[in-house]
Ligand binder design. Structure first.
Ligand SMILES: Cc1cc2nc3c(=O)[nH]c(=O)nc-3n(C[C@H](O)[C@H](O)[C@H](O)COP(=O)(O)OP(=O)(O)OC[C@H]3O[C@@H](n4cnc5c(N)ncnc54)[C@H](O)[C@@H]3O)c2cc1C
Length: 423
């Protein structure tokens, strides 16, 4: 092991973590600096709080309040090194990683690279739709939405105006319903004031879902409440409907063709493991691990979060791709690696499901707890409280809270800037 990437070689095993998301962050925080040298590599210099990305896309929050610099999070942590780089390849034989800034050796490797959009092989849809899996994509989406209205103002072609003011969101999971609700609020409260020369009533929001209900991972009560809330907010909900094709102008589905310039893809995700790891894979391109997060048949390689799937008889389909699962896995693996160094037994991962929730809009949310389900105002307060507390630090919580309070009192959203060149 050399002095690679200007990282000193110590008389301690080196743990290299790829990915500073929910899983990698908890792991890096939890590793004992007296037992390991920790190297965290991420292609971005920040951690993203993805559950609130739809608010960036819909002009509710600025990106800085949901992203946090990784170097700041680890300020003062001993024997810790962050490198901003893309990891391109794992070489198992030499126990090294090839990255965009050079090669680095590891004693223990943890892959926590998360997931990306899955277009299920539909190339046209991939080319023309807008996904929302990272901060840049959510800013692209925000710019596209606002630009559409600027363009709609300047055209006399009614067909083109309809296309610019129609938004088709594919995927009735939390991301899809939250974005649909946020667009409905823009339509009702913001856009008529911003565009007095445009008849905003022409704006159409379509939510398309292949299954027979929204929020398929939540209770039936939550699904029904969500559908009712959205319909009341003037969102067109299309269940049992599959997207087949999109050329940037017409969204072809199994039931209808939509004339729309904007197709938001929130319908599927797949794991993004780094090349070179010849591992057993599960559905959704996820790396199969045992209950200790160790990649099957690999030496000193672990995988956690969205990119990994624990295979057990009790849980044949693995855990859902959720921030709470990723965070708990990161925490548990840190404890287990610390135990390994101390020659103590490791504990198998058990997911503690504390509930699921989604918000639809002002005063409207649904919450499923292990023992009860509820919706409406109380659920909305619960959703806001939980999401505020999950943000990385006090500053982010304060900024988000002030933004929300301001929007609530003034029926306003503060960040309607077109900052990207996305046509
Ligand atoms: C829009 C949206 C809304 C969501 N809402 C919720 C919600 O309400 N509740 C919930 O529980 N979950 C939600 N999720 C899911 C949740 O965000 C994920 O489950 C969680 O982020 C998974 O954590 P992770 O650490 O596995 O991956 P991520 O948080 O995605 O982190 C992966 C990290 O790896 C880095 N990376 C990837 N490849 C490389 C590479 N080759 N080299 C270097 N770095 C790399 C990335 O830059 C990233 O920082 C949402 C997701 C999205 C996209």
């Amino acid at each position: 092991m050399g002095n690679e990437l200007n990282i000193p070689v110590l008389d301690l095993p080196r743990v290299v973590i790829i990915g500073g998301g929910f899983a990698g962050l908890k792991l890096a925080k939890g590793l004992d600096s007296n037992l390991y040298q920790t190297v965290l590599i991420d292609k971005n210099n920040y951690h993203t709080f993805q559950p609130l990305m739809y608010q960036v896309a819909s002009s509710g929050l600025e990106p800085d309040s949901i992203a946090y610099p990784l170097r700041k999070i680890f300020k003062g942590k001993k024997r810790f090194h962050f490198r901003m780089a893309e990891v391109q390849k794992v070489n198992e034989a030499t126990k090294t990683l090839e990255t965009s800034i050079g090669t680095i050796s590891y004693n223990i490797l943890v892959m926590a690279t998360g997931a990306d959009s899955n277009f299920f092989g539909m190339e046209n849809v991939q080319k023309h739709s807008l996904p929302m899996k990272n901060l840049v994509e959510s800013l692209d989406l925000r710019s596209r939405i606002l630009k559409n209205f600027e363009k709609a103002l300047n055209t006399n072609d009614l067909h083109e105006q309809e296309a610019l003011m129609s938004f088709v969101i594919v995927g009735g999971g939390p991301t899809g319903i939250e974005l649909a609700g946020a667009l409905a609020e823009l339509k009702k409260q913001i856009l008529p004031k911003d565009y007095p020369d445009l008849d905003i009533r022409k704006m159409q929001i379509h939510l398309v879902e292949a299954a027979d209900r929204l929020l398929a991972n939540m209770s039936k009560t939550a699904s029904e409440k969500t559908e009712n809330f959205l319909k009341k907010m003037d969102v067109n909900v299309w269940l049992n409907t599959q997207v087949k094709d999109y050329d940037g102008k017409e969204v072809v589905t199994s039931r209808h063709v939509f004339n729309s310039r904007t197709l938001v893809w929130a319908a599927g995700v797949k794991g993004v493991p780094v090349d070179g790891l010849n591992a057993t894979m599960a559905r959704g391109n996820r790396v199969v691990t045992n209950e200790f997060n160790a990649v099957i048949d690999k030496d000193s390689i672990y995988s956690i979060g969205d990119v990994a799937q624990i295979k057990s008889e009790k849980n044949p389909n693995g855990h859902p791709m959720l921030a709470s699962v990723a965070g708990q896995q990161g925490l548990q693996l840190a404890e287990n690696l610390n135990a390994l160094a101390r020659k103590q037994p490791m504990i198998p991962f058990r997911y503690s499901d504390r509930g699921t929730m989604a918000t639809i809009g002002r005063n409207l949310a649904v919450v499923d707890l292990p023992f009860m389900s509820f919706g409406g105002l109380l659920a909305w307060f619960t959703w806001m409280f939980v999401h505020l507390m999950l943000l990385v630090d006090f500053r982010s919580r304060l900024v988000v809270f002030v933004n929300w309070a301001w929007s609530y009192i003034n029926f306003d959203k503060g960040t309607r800037l077109i900052v990207r060149n996305k046509d």
